[in-house]
Write a protein that binds this ligand. Structure first.
Ligand code: PMV
Length: 369
């Protein structure tokens, strides 16, 4: 699939008005995407677990406009309230995707969105949010082109979501998603995420991710700025090479369920991501003292109990604690006893690997408003 395959040749059906609703999950990268080229093309491939409990639900109501329009027309509601400060992001998303969705200017849209996790949790909603909106738009496109296959629809949703927020392309399907061209992964592409095509041991099929909310404040440095600082970064080339190698190293790990090697790769990826931040020009740091306290506690617990839990980080201070289902009780106890004291207001979210986005039945299906 190349970019032009996502430009529709024409539509065979019409839809005057309607409403569609999709719920899309967040995801957590095991091999991190950090650094990008023009048009949201990743500087290196990445690999993620799709999550389940952390998700965004978006409804898109649409109504055909009269005459030829040159602008986009939409309203945006977040958790029931008009949210004008989110509009520029959507406007930019529409501009980037209009070539692939030529109907965008023909409709007035009402976008209603909400997250399952608290707004100020430090958990980015851009991945699940852009994935849910892309799926709603593809749902409408499928009504205009009823012959469109499901595989194509999901692939194009991932392609569109990428244009909204890079890692969002990994939030369409479950449960292990690879994004970015890699010589050892057939079908991998810089344009969209794919389901990991090799054997995955059953231990990874129901992995847990408990997200410890260390700092719920807004980040001082956005991911966009962080990605940009990889241009001319002194360690960039080696870092990009390392991401390719780590994806290759994970292949036998996933096949055999080698948790010790999984831990080595995943924790190294998390610390490398933050090392890139700390060695950017200008340098910055998103980890907080409690992030480090938690990491040291995890290492200590692992040494003493021979547990397989490990941590990863995204672009923030929160810690994702990853562990297999068979250690659930032991790890929950450890988190409650030893880790939640380091969380803001002792808050954490229990999540786990998930199976991808879902179409929900809209309360007022086919009714605008
Ligand atoms: O999709 P963005 O631009 O918000 O970047 C996400 C970057 C990381 O979360 C740090 C890593 C990743 O691969 O998800």
């Amino acid at each position: 699939m190349v970019e032009n395959d996502f430009v529709p040749a024409g539509y065979t059906a019409q839809s005057e008005r309607g409403k569609v609703t999709w719920r899309a999950p967040s995801n957590i990268a095991l091999v991190k995407y950090w650094g990008k080229r023009e048009n949201q093309i990743p500087a290196n491939p990445s690999l993620s677990f799709t999550l389940d409990a952390c998700n965004t639900t978006t409804s898109l109501s649409y109504e055909k406009r009269n005459g030829k329009r040159t602008d986009f027309s939409f309203e945006l509601f977040f958790e029931g309230k008009a949210k004008d400060d989110f509009k520029p992001k959507i406007e930019l998303f529409f501009k980037r995707t209009k070539h692939y969705l030529p109907f965008l200017k023909d409709y007035h849209f009402k976008i209603e969105t909400s997250n399952s996790f608290p707004h100020s949790s430090g958990i980015a909603s851009s991945a699940s949010g852009m994935a849910a909106l892309s799926l709603c738009l593809m749902d409408l496109e499928k009504q205009l082109d009823p012959d469109m296959g499901m595989d194509f629809m999901l692939q194009k949703a991932s392609f569109l979501a990428r244009l909204g927020s890079g890692s969002a392309c990994r939030s369409i399907q479950g449960n292990l998603i690879q994004w970015g061209a890699h010589s050892g992964i057939p079908g991998s592409s810089d344009q969209y995420g794919i389901q990991y095509p090799f054997r995955v041991h059953k231990v990874f099929k129901n992995y847990h991710d408990t997200i410890l909310l260390v700092d719920k404040g807004k980040k001082q440095v956005s991911s966009t700025m962080g990605h940009n600082l990889m241009h001319g970064h002194p360690f960039a080339d080696n870092r990009f090479k390392q991401a390719h190698e780590n994806i290759s190293r994970l292949k036998p790990v996933f096949a055999d369920g080698n948790l010790k090697e999984f831990i080595n790769i995943v924790e190294s990826e998390a610390l490398t991501l933050h090392a890139m931040m700390m060695t950017s020009e200008p340098y910055f740091m998103l980890m907080k003292p409690n992030t480090l306290e938690i990491i040291h506690k995890i290492w200590e617990f692992r040494r003493e109990s021979n547990s397989n839990l490990c941590f990863t980080l995204d672009a923030g201070a929160n810690v994702h604690v990853l562990y297999p289902e068979f250690e659930k009780e032991k790890v929950h106890q450890f988190i409650k006893n030893e880790l939640i004291v380091f969380c803001e207001k002792e808050q954490y979210i229990c999540d786990r690997i998930g199976f991808g986005a879902k179409r929900l039945k809209s309360v007022s299906d086919n009714l605008y408003g």
